[in-house]
Design a protein around this ligand. Structure first.
Ligand SMILES: [Zn+2]
Length: 428
């Protein structure tokens, strides 16, 4: 899950920042003491039984985590993995099971009442292209394989919740819609979650939980993103005979120099990076084309918009300066392509949903680790709807790399936390 340019939760380094951001932003928190929903739930016999079932099922769930991981699922090519998830939904007794127009797999568990409707989603897609060796290797409690944590752990935690609720015959107040969704990673641009909120479940989602990756932290600050490819073109030509023509690489270099000097707020945390540059054909040519890919992030939409405007000014200045330098001889021009955009948002620390997440996490004796990230919860959060993204348990690292690993020590606690949270949220 960590990585660049990933929409997934980012490393623990961000944890401290996220905590400060989240808690200083909500001075009213003290007036809303954390709810004790976690411990109250754990006192109920049916819930205890479900929690025990989660633990007993864990060895089988880990085997399933490996099986799912070995099925290729690049963004927008999740069909094979989706077919397996659909089969699980059927075997676990969900109803109204369907694959929607973009490929999300949905299944429902009815409640006593039609609301509140809780939607629990785990993304199926990975950043690994077709042809990647997905064979998982096990060494003791540690599993190694691309995608084993992000997000085969989330998928298995989702299945673990459904299975344990069924085994313990837990009746909930509101219904739960379980979703194995497509398109969360960079290329996916949150397409699966966007379709859920815009079309498939439009106006019917009361509370949204995404289970994403390994660990025991959670996300209630969604980081907004803008990504662009900026291409500068010109007539190009021989480096000696055409000398004096404006040079796309030089123009891009001027733009990058401006970008590198951007001043951005620390709070709300706002970031920029030129992630890739490319261009030119040979050492003895003036390039006819050069491009860069730029990633801008902030959970604060106005800050992100301001940064976006600065980026445009920087690029225009680079082009203008290069053309002025050569007095318009063989002028260069610029074209923009948006590679991804989603707004950020915050589910306030004193909101019932965040308090419930803290309460169930504490009830299981897990540490409170909060970090900002870009996940499927960006879609509801940017629209002011209650959402959190939780880790799926265990521990891990190397997300978005071939060296990804998952440590399954006490990983059942992640599924237990997901189960408790979902139960807490089904209550009005
Ligand atoms: Zn992920």
């Amino acid at each position: 899950m960590p990585g660049f340019p990933s929409p997934c939760p980012t490393p623990i380094v961000a944890a401290a920042t996220g905590f400060i951001l989240a808690w200083t932003a909500t001075p009213t928190e003290a007036q809303h003491p954390p709810s004790d929903i976690g411990s109250r739930l754990m006192a109920e016999p049916a819930v205890r039984q479900a929690l025990d079932a989660v633990r007993a099922n864990e060895p089988e769930m880990l085997r399933e985590q490996v099986r799912l991981c070995e099925i290729p699922a690049p963004s927008f090519h999740e069909q094979a993995r989706a077919a397996v998830m659909k089969k699980h939904f059927e075997e676990l007794g969900l109803v109204n099971i369907r694959v929607d127009a973009v490929g999300n797999v949905l299944g429902e568990r009815p409640g006593r009442s039609p609301r509140p409707r809780v939607v629990v989603a785990s993304h199926m897609d990975t950043v690994f292209p077709e042809g990647t060796d997905l064979k998982v290797k096990q060494e003791g409690l540690v599993y190694k394989g691309p995608g084993i944590g992000d997000n085969c752990r989330g998928l298995v935690a989702l299945l673990g919740v459904i299975r344990a609720l069924g085994q313990a015959r837990v009746q909930t107040e509101g219904p739960i819609t379980f979703v194995a969704n497509i398109g969360e990673e960079a290329l996916g641009n949150l397409a699966g979650a966007r379709h859920l909120f815009d079309v498939e479940l439009k106006d019917t989602v009361d509370r949204f939980v995404s289970i994403d990756g390994s660990g025991t932290g959670f996300v209630h600050v969604s980081v907004g993103v803008r990504r662009y490819r900026v291409t500068v073109t010109g007539p190009g030509g021989h480096s000696y005979f055409r000398f004096g023509a404006a040079n796309p690489i030089h123009a891009l270099g001027r733009a990058v120099a401006h970008i590198a000097d951007f001043e951005v707020p620390e709070t709300p945390r706002t970031t920029f990076s030129v992630g890739r540059v490319n261009g030119g054909t040979s050492i003895n040519s003036i390039a006819y084309e050069a491009w860069m890919e730029v990633d801008l992030r902030s959970h604060d939409e106005p800050s992100l918009r301001a940064l976006d405007a600065k980026l445009r000014e920087a690029v225009e200045a680079g082009v203008r300066e290069e053309n002025a330098r050569w007095k318009g001889k063989g002028a260069v021009s610029v074209a923009w392509k948006e590679l991804g955009a989603h707004q950020g948002g915050v589910n306030p620390a004193d909101s019932p949903m965040v308090q419930a997440t803290i309460s169930v996490t504490k009830a299981l004796g897990l540490p409170i680790q909060i970090f900002p990230a870009t996940t499927d919860s960006n879609i509801p959060m940017s629209r002011g709807s209650p959402a959190v993204t939780i880790d799926g348990g265990g521990d891990g690292g190397g997300g978005h790399a071939l060296t990804e690993f998952f440590d399954s020590t006490d990983s059942w606690k992640g599924t237990q936390r997901a189960l408790l949270l979902v139960l807490a949220l089904t209550r009005p």
